[in-house]
Every structure is written in structure tokens, then in C-alpha cells.
Design a protein around this ligand. Structure first.
Ligand code: IMP
Length: 193
């Protein structure tokens, strides 16, 4: 049984296939490689959602000649959704980065941006640590409910105005392992209070 078959009852439709996501990441990687050519780059993935995009972006960058001189990969872990499909609006740092940020070119890698509070929080926090430069890369942009105007430097794909799962994104910690982006059946959320 593959991942698609095992979630057949809960997935309503596939929004982006694994191939479409891969193409979008390669497109972002080409832009990033050109912007950081010859410079060391620290990719800072935001767990848990950006688990896959950070790895795939790092690999795509490695395949491009004349890109960054070296690439470091690090993660931090924040929580903003709790276990529901609506954001709590409160961003909590669960695990900080282990690599120092000061004096480095830092690229924050996010899975999705919705109200923008997570990225705004991270930008504020990391700016305070005096990086040489700070940019943000977001795989899925969901622009419909922004609460803050936060700069995103690289965008992969546009998400519809829906709660989406797969490719790192979860609902109550499930569905992250789907290789594609999907929308769930409405009944999945019906038990939320
Ligand atoms: P924001 O703070 O509302 O911009 O949301 C950022 C975080 O919320 C992301 O890193 C995700 O972890 C989570 N998130 C936002 N939208 C979705 C979604 O549709 N599905 C799953 N997680 C989401």
C-alpha cells in the first residue's frame, strides 16, 4: 500500500504532486544559488513542517554549479498551531538553532506562510542576532489571512485558502509523510471544538 492509498478516505484532493513540488524547489534553488554565488549560506529550516523542503532545497542547491561556496543546514522548532487547523496566534520556540547566526548569511526555510506571525517572530528574533544577511524562503504561500506584513524573498507555490497537509505539513501530527500537498475531507475537522 503506498501513501496515497493509505490516506484515500481522508484526502479530498491533491493540490500539488510530488513532481510539481520538486520543480518549484528547483526553481527556487536556481534563484537562491544566483543570489548567494560564492558566499557561504546557512539554511535554517523551521521544524517540523520544513523538514522535507529544507533537505530537498539543500540537495537542489548542491546540484547547481557556481552557487553558494558552502551550505550549512540547521533547524529550529517552533509551534503556532497546537493541534488544531486554526492558528493559536501564539508562536512558541520549542528548540532553538544550534549554529550561531551572527555574521552569517541566513536563509530561513518555511513550509507555508499563512497569517505571517511565525515568520515575523523568527525574522525579529534572528535580526537581533546580527546575521550578515537574513532572507526567507517559503514553499507554499497562503496569502488570504495575513495579520502582519512580513517579507518573503523566495516563494515556491501558491496555496489555496484551505488547510493543507503533506510534504511536511500536518494535521494533528498526521499526514506529514505524504509526498504531495493535499486538502482533507471536511469531516476530518468536524471533531474540533
Ligand atoms: P503562520 O504563522 O500563520 O504564517 O503559519 C505558519 C505555520 O503554521 C507553518 O509553518 C505551519 O506549520 C502552520 N500552517 C499554516 N497553514 C497550515 C496548513 O494549511 N496546514 C498545516 N500547517 C499550516
Amino acid at each position: 500500500m503506498n501513501a496515497r492509498e493509505s490516506y484515500d478516505g481522508t484526502v479530498q484532493r491533491t493540490l500539488f504532486t510530488a513532481e510539481e513540488i520538486g520543480t518549484a524547489i528547483e526553481r527556487m534553488a536556481r534563484l537562491i544559488a544566483a543570489d548567494y554565488a560564492g558566499q557561504p549560506l546557512l539554511l535554517l529550516g523551521v521544524l517540523k513542517g520544513a523538514l522535507y523542503v529544507t533537505v530537498d532545497l539543500a540537495r537542489a542547491l548542491a546540484a547547481i554549479p557556481d552557487g553558494p561556496s558552502e551550505i550549512l543546514v540547521d533547524y529550529l522548532c517552533v509551534s503556532s498551531y497546537g493541534n488544531a487547523s486554526r492558528s493559536s496566534g501564539e508562536v512558541r520556540m520549542l528548540k532553538d538553532a544550534s549554529e550561531p547566526v551572527a555574521g552569517r548569511h541566513v536563509l530561513v526555510v518555511e513550509d507555508i506562510i499563512d497569517n505571517g506571525l511565525t515568520l515575523a517572530y523568527l525574522r525579529g528574533l534572528l535580526e537581533g542576532r546580527a546575521p550578515a544577511s537574513l532572507r526567507a524562503c517559503v514553499l507554499f504561500d497562503k496569502p488570504f489571512h495575513r495579520l502582519v506584513d512580513v517579507k518573503v524573498d523566495y516563494v515556491g507555490l501558491s496555496s489555496p485558502d484551505a488547510f493543507v497537509v503533506g510534504y511536511g505539513l500536518d494535521y494533528q501530527e498526521i499526514f506529514r509523510n505524504l509526498p504531495y500537498l493535499a486538502q482533507l475531507q471536511p469531516w476530518v475537522f468536524s471533531k474540533e471544538s
